[in-house]
Write a protein that binds this ligand. Structure first.
Ligand SMILES: [Zn+2]
Length: 244
């Protein structure tokens, strides 16, 4: 039987085993623990975490001469207090994926795409580079559980590090482990504000979830329980999609 030459060579893990580079989009409301899962997935599969939030923070911290055109435009918009235009976000993500592609690595997209228009653009440039997404993992949790979780969140006034009274408590109650600053509960972590945020998130994200469901890429993962349990669930859900 004729077999096509793979468009990309598989990456090689430290053990010398051929490993399919994992390419995922992550979806999940604030409070579901998506950031923690992204870190665990990146560690386990050697994929690069591409979070638009982190990207913007890097752009703001770097000197202008180290920035690409898209990055400079993003920085200028943020400094003017404006939203970064869709096209600039797309250019930034495209640059990052291109870089990962050169190293034949995998990636975890977090915060992009946010709209079906962005999803179409992503599909276009991945197609152009003969890259396929392995899946779109949607972390799902009841609003009531999210409220419980966020109600237990405490933030350091000084260095902004966050703690969780149950899952990640500080060593000394009320004090930050990093800088001994005072821990407080953010005013937007109250139940009414969280409910509004969740409804907005749902309304914004539903079309995107439907978009990927139609393309048989959507993987819903129950985000209840400890981070380790959620991670195991994620791995089980991904196993049939990863071609080693
Ligand atoms: Zn602190």
């Amino acid at each position: 039987m004729h077999s096509d030459v793979p468009s990309q060579l598989p990456s090689i893990s430290a053990a010398g085993v051929s490993l399919h580079p994992m390419r995922l989009v992550l979806l999940g409301a604030p409070g579901v623990g998506k950031g923690t899962q992204a870190q665990m997935l990146a560690g386990q599969y050697g994929a690069r975490q591409l979070s638009t939030g982190d990207l913007f923070r890097t752009v703001m911290a770097a000197p202008d001469h180290e920035l690409s055109n898209a990055m400079r435009e993003a920085k200028a918009a943020i400094m003017r207090g404006q939203l970064v235009a869709d096209q600039i976000v797309i250019d930034l993500v495209r640059e990052k994926i291109q870089h990962v592609r050169r190293t034949r690595g995998g990636f975890l997209l977090d915060g992009f795409p946010r709209t079906t228009v962005q999803a179409d653009t992503l599909a276009e440039f991945l197609h152009e580079w003969q890259i396929e997404l392995d899946g779109v993992v949607s972390y799902e949790l009841d609003t009531d559980v999210i409220i419980q979780r966020l109600s237990a969140r405490r933030t350091c006034r000084h260095c902004k590090v966050t703690y969780h009274l149950e899952f990640m408590p500080p060593c000394r109650p009320g004090r930050c482990d990093e800088c001994a600053g005072e821990l407080y509960q953010r005013s937007d972590d109250n139940p009414a504000a969280i409910r509004v945020r969740m409804e907005n998130y749902e309304a914004r994200t539903r079309p995107l979830a439907d978009y990927y469901d139609k393309r048989e890429l959507l993987i819903r993962v129950d985000a209840s329980g400890a981070p380790r349990e959620v991670f195991e669930r994620t791995q089980q859900a991904l196993a049939p999609r990863l071609r080693y």
